[in-house]
Design a protein around this ligand. Structure first.
Ligand code: SF4
Ligand code: SF4
Length: 292
């Protein structure tokens, strides 16, 4: 079972939800798909048991001994990456146009390392994560790799929680593709509702069970009601309404999951949400197996 936790923008409380659900699930594996700003591992004491280079892109390279400085490649490069027969690797997009036009066959595309990937073993299961190189792109491919890299640890009763990156970019598409459940975390603001609509549009392209969680629902009850109304229109379940809780700030500052704070009202709401999510997942599974 794979659950992708998504949000339209950063700062909606997605990591709080991810770390809490990870504590509530019995056997869990986590994938930090927020590769542009990974922070999940900070919440866990652990040890890296695997580190690999990830080659997510291509860059052109000129063999100076073959180059006759004809500047044809410079003319053809639409990204302005070539000047005086030298390639700026930060600007090169690896499109390969220069390779095709070089009369001397002096240019080659070479694999570019874009990230270090890690399998980190923690007290609470494995985390698959990455640290991208500065200025690197190709985050969608990297997320797909992180998800694949963890499959060997998955058992029948494992819940894999994917901490998705905010927005609707390619890394989000890579997070949601093939996931069983998408839990969209939003806030009761106008932009929160708009973000929810955008992610929903995206998730409609996938066969994924979508659930909604409204974080800090009580700071704007009117907007929360609008989100609930919209969810009803779309036949979606608002599985969780998390109240504003100062303890969440303490949880983030001390890098401890909110489930560690016994008196937290946010914790209680997330626990109730987890129960609802489980019920819906069971119903969906029964429907898929045509038992109901
Ligand atoms: S097209 Fe080839 S030979 Fe001409 S400047 Fe570029 S690398 Fe050199
Ligand atoms: S691979 Fe494309 S972007 Fe890179 S230098 Fe060649 S033409 Fe320019």
């Amino acid at each position: 079972m794979e659950i992708a936790v998504l949000s339209g923008k950063g700062g909606t409380g997605k990591t709080t939800v991810v770390t809490a659900l990870s504590e509530l699930a019995k056997k869990v594996i986590k994938v930090d798909c927020d590769v542009d700003a990974p922070n999940l591992y900070l919440f866990y004491k652990g040890m890296d048991i695997e580190k690999k280079n990830f080659y997510g892109g291509k860059k052109a390279k000129i063999n100076n001994s073959l180059c006759i400085h004809c500047e044809i490649c410079e003319e053809v490069c639409k990204f302005g990456a070539i000047k005086n027969s030298e390639i700026d690797s930060f600007t090169c997009e690896g499109c390969g146009a220069c390779v095709l036009v070089c009369p001397q066959h002096a240019i080659k595309l070479e694999d570019e390392k874009t990230a270090d990937t890690f399998i980190t073993k923690t007290e609470k299961g494995i985390i698959s994560r990455a640290i991208m190189g500065i200025g690197s792109d190709g985050s969608g491919k990297l997320v797909t790799y992180l998800r694949k890299n963890v499959k060997r640890f998955v058992e029948d009763d494992t819940i894999t929680i994917l901490d998705g990156s905010p927005g609707i970019g390619c890394s989000v598409i890579a997070s949601i593709t093939g996931a069983d459940v998408a839990l969209i975390v939003t806030e009761p603001t106008k932009s929160g509702l708009d973000d929810l609509k955008r992610i929903l549009e995206l998730s409609e392209h996938f066969d994924t069970q979508v659930m909604v969680c409204v974080n800090k629902y009580d700071i704007n009850p009117g907007m929360t009601a609008q989100i609930e109304g919209y969810a009803r229109e779309k036949n979606l379940f608002v599985v969780g309404k998390i109240p504003f809780d100062k303890t969440v700030m303490e949880s983030v500052n001390t890098l401890k999951p909110i489930t560690d704070f016994k008196d937290s009202i946010a914790r209680k709401a997330i626990e109730e949400m987890w129960v609802r999510m489980n019920s819906l997942m069971v119903i969906k599974e029964l429907q898929n197996n045509k038992k109901i």
